[in-house]
Design a protein around this ligand. Structure first.
Ligand code: FE2
Length: 372
């Protein structure tokens, strides 16, 4: 029988932090984890500080997270939190920042070597983590997964534990209003990939399907706004909810080959996560159409599109202007991590399939599709 587990309390809507202070506060001494800018520019940091100060909660701020923040820095942050006596964590930012908050919460309560976090066995429960996303894409605010850069920043590796689900997540779309259009598009496509990879997944169940399809519908209802760049507050709210619900779908099924293949583009060519995954998505759905035709059709129906129109949408919102060669594809294939998600892929996904998808998406830049 299918089962579903998602223990994170979700609070959404305008001013939700100030309306639900008790859901934000889980101790007497907080560590706030942020990146350099978005927490301040969005107004989220000030809202959090206001609530903590009104309730006499001490806090420290670690505001140095960047895309280069690696495991040694996160480990040091966890040790600092233990020395400070921090008893809960609030992460404000995009996926990397939320993941740093989640990983440092593990180190803060468990004395271990940095790489032991990948054993996914923590004798002491991590500190409670509250997430305040300032982008709409990551899904880290509703999953048990954490992705970290190793000290070689070209290597990123994830771990998962049910103890790493955030305790609460605050979804206030005002915090995403200042996002540049490019980031808005990339992160929306990341959320779309999460939902599609969850729906076209051997681990999918009626529960994850319901969440995944609604996520695809929500993002599909914003497709004209994403293409034109004219994104209203209502669109922002839909995209923020879709990002969290995409995370909920993935928390149940795990990801699929789109993220596994996109990972190489990010590691080897520094292409942003959402755009890298997006560049694989049309080809993946096309491939799935041969193996799970009905479900691939359902994905396109939920997005209110067909494969040809979907390709045009993706070319507009996540274009791939880079030139790739067969040597690049050889490199991606050499470092492939597709075998880590192979069990999630319905149909038998072969090395030839992987190469063909890379070639079609990046070298041939195939533009014509046969509908099923
Ligand atoms: Fe992602």
């Amino acid at each position: 029988m299918p089962k579903y587990f998602m223990p994170t309390m979700l609070l959404s809507g305008r001013n939700c932090i100030k309306r639900h202070p008790r859901r934000l506060i889980h101790g007497k001494h907080c560590m706030i984890v942020t990146g350099r800018n978005s927490a301040v520019i969005s107004g989220a940091l000030q809202d959090v500080i206001d609530v903590l100060e009104e309730n006499d909660v001490k806090y420290d701020i670690y505001n140095s997270v960047t895309s280069l923040t690696g495991i040694s820095e996160i480990y040091a942050l966890g040790n600092t939190m233990r020395e400070n006596g921090n008893d809960f964590v609030i992460g404000i930012g995009g996926g990397t920042t939320l993941d740093v908050a989640k990983a440092s919460a593990v180190y803060a309560t468990n004395v271990m070597e940095p790489m032991e976090i990948y054993n996914e066995d923590y004798p002491v429960r991590p500190l409670k983590v509250v997430c305040v996303p300032t982008t709409a894409g990551t899904g880290s605010d509703t999953t048990q997964y954490v992705m970290m850069s190793l000290d070689d920043i070209h290597k990123r590796r994830s771990f998962k534990s049910n103890k790493c689900f955030p305790y609460a997540t605050f979804l206030d779309s005002r915090y995403t209003m200042t996002l540049p259009i490019e980031v808005t598009r990339h992160t929306a496509v990341d959320a779309l990939c999460h939902a599609v990879e969850s729906y076209l997944n051997a681990q999918a169940s009626a529960f994850s399907d319901t969440v995944a399809l609604e996520t695809i519908r929500l993002i599909g209802s914003c497709k004209d706004a994403l293409m034109s760049g004219n994104i209203t507050e209502e669109d922002r709210e839909k995209l923020l909810i879709a990002a969290s619900s995409g995370g909920m779908a993935v928390a149940h099924t795990g990801l699929n080959v789109v993220h596994a293949m996109g990972h190489q583009l990010t590691c080897e060519k520094e292409i942003p996560h959402g755009r890298a995954n997006g560049s694989m998505l049309v080809e993946f759905i096309s491939w799935m159409g041969k193996h799970e035709t009905m479900r691939a059709v359902e994905v396109m129906t939920a997005f209110d599109s067909d494969l040809t129109s979907f390709k045009k949408f993706m070319d507009k919102v996540v274009p791939t202007p880079e030139t790739f060669t067969e040597e690049d594809i050889d490199l991606f294939m050499k470092n492939s991590i597709v075998n880590t998600v192979k069990d999630n892929c319905p149909g038998s996904f072969t090395r030839d399939d992987e190469r063909q998808i890379y070639m079609n998406a990046l070298v041939n830049k195939k533009r014509k599709y046969t509908e099923w």
